[in-house]
Design a protein around this ligand. Structure first.
Ligand SMILES: C[S@@+](CC[C@H](N)C(=O)[O-])C[C@H]1O[C@@H](n2cnc3c(N)ncnc32)[C@H](O)[C@@H]1O
Length: 362
């Protein structure tokens, strides 16, 4: 028998799915705006007509019209004169929106997450087969969109918080890295290297080695170091963090939003511990999720499980893995891994960050 509350639940869920569909479609519209440089052109040229945008960004005018109208209807762009004939309407970025959509240094620059979403869409058709057989989809197969999307979304945090907030939250470590004549740092799962570069900027006498399993990420990181003029002390290597053999010791090993992706997280932590200098530390930043599973979950849990089912879990299962955690790395799991890797202490750092929790392992 269908009860009143069943009917309410049916209405609620149907409404949620339709709202979610609209938001998903709009995020793919953001992907087009980022990928095609449409937002960049709007930021550069101000209020534009469809023909002007088409000319500035190199897209076909008919597509420019539809995208501009969709963006204005969604409220991402403003239309100055909606009653004018289509070809005469002018569209612009409202105040504040440029930061979110085009300002790559802004802490509010979340548009790259639409790129990461598009990266998952690129492999979506392969996931049912992976789910049935238990196989994975390699990180590299998600392509440039996921690589660039994650890197661009995380970069402002490294730029603004790593040197000024995160490392000063560990005063003795910060002092050591500032005062040592030539501190050595190892950045595991470095992606496109924004964290490695931020570490090098924070500690001008340091050398930094970034390691990542993904070849294209390492190539991008090397190019970024060369562009930043620090390639003499920031280098990168392709490798599995669990099987590292660089020259030890290191004063600090960092793992930013990558431990949950690794196929052998205990092996990676064990390798990191073996490479530490006397008194050295491992700093892990990973998702700020709850300590235990509850359902339904809050917004963070929903977001992280969303990435997990579409990207992190399949990518880890494609590694030569011992364990496949998925995105949701809970503090007790991390403590268990750290103990298994031989660490005596896991300290949760007092860093106020909405996305990540910070751990110091010694
Ligand atoms: C979510 S991304 C984070 C990248 C970077 N730390 C950042 O914050 O932008 C996770 C990274 O971990 C890397 N990774 C996954 N498994 C790895 C492993 N076993 N060893 C080294 N890197 C790995 C991936 O290639 C990817 O670049």
């Amino acid at each position: 028998m269908t009860t009143v509350s069943d009917v309410d639940a049916r209405e609620l869920l149907a409404g949620r799915l339709v709202d979610g569909l609209t938001q998903a479609l709009e995020l793919f519209g953001v992907y087009l705006g980022v990928e095609l440089g449409l937002y960049r052109a709007l930021a550069e040229f101000g209020a534009v007509t469809e023909a002007e945008l088409a000319g500035h960004a190199g897209v076909a005018p008919r597509y420019a019209r539809e995208w501009l109208e969709q963006q204005a209807v969604a409220g991402y762009l403003a239309c100055d004169d909606p009653a004018e004939p289509a070809e005469r309407r002018r569209f612009r970025l409202p105040a504040g929106h440029a930061e979110v959509l085009v300002d790559r240094d802004s802490p509010y620059h979340v548009a790259p997450l639409a790129l990461a979403l598009a990266g998952t869409a690129g492999v979506l058709a392969r996931l049912p087969e992976a789910y049935r057989g238990g196989g994975g989809v390699a990180y590299a197969d998600y392509g440039r969109a996921i690589r660039d999307g994650i890197a661009a979304a995380n970069r402002p945090m490294f730029l603004h918080e790593l040197a000024g907030v995160w490392l000063p939250a560990v005063p003795d470590l910060h002092r050591r890295l500032r005062s040592a004549p030539a501190p050595r740092l190892l950045d595991l799962g470095c992606g496109l290297g924004a964290s490695s570069l931020a570490l090098a900027r924070a500690y001008p006498r340091a050398t930094v080695l970034g390691v990542d399993l993904d070849e294209a990420s390492v190539a991008g990181a090397r190019a970024a170091a060369a562009e930043a003029g620090v390639a003499d002390r920031v280098s990168f290597a392709v490798g599995d963090a669990a099987h590292l053999a660089p020259e030890a010791p290191f004063d600090l090993v960092t793992v930013f939003e990558a431990l949950h992706d690794m196929g052998d997280p205990v092996g990676a932590l064990r390798a990191a511990r073996a490479l530490l200098a006397d008194g050295g530390s491992v700093l892990v930043a990973d998702e700020r999720v709850a300590d235990a599973f509850t359902a339904p979950g809050d917004a963070t849990e929903r977001l992280m499980y969303g990435w997990s089912i579409l990207h992190c879990l399949p990518a880890t299962l494609a590694e030569d893995h011992v364990e496949a955690n998925g995105t949701v790395l809970r503090a007790p799991t991390l403590a268990r891994w750290a103990a298994a890797a031989g660490f005596a202490e896991v300290e949760v750092l007092a860093v106020d960050n909405p996305f990540w929790r910070f751990y110091r392992l010694r």
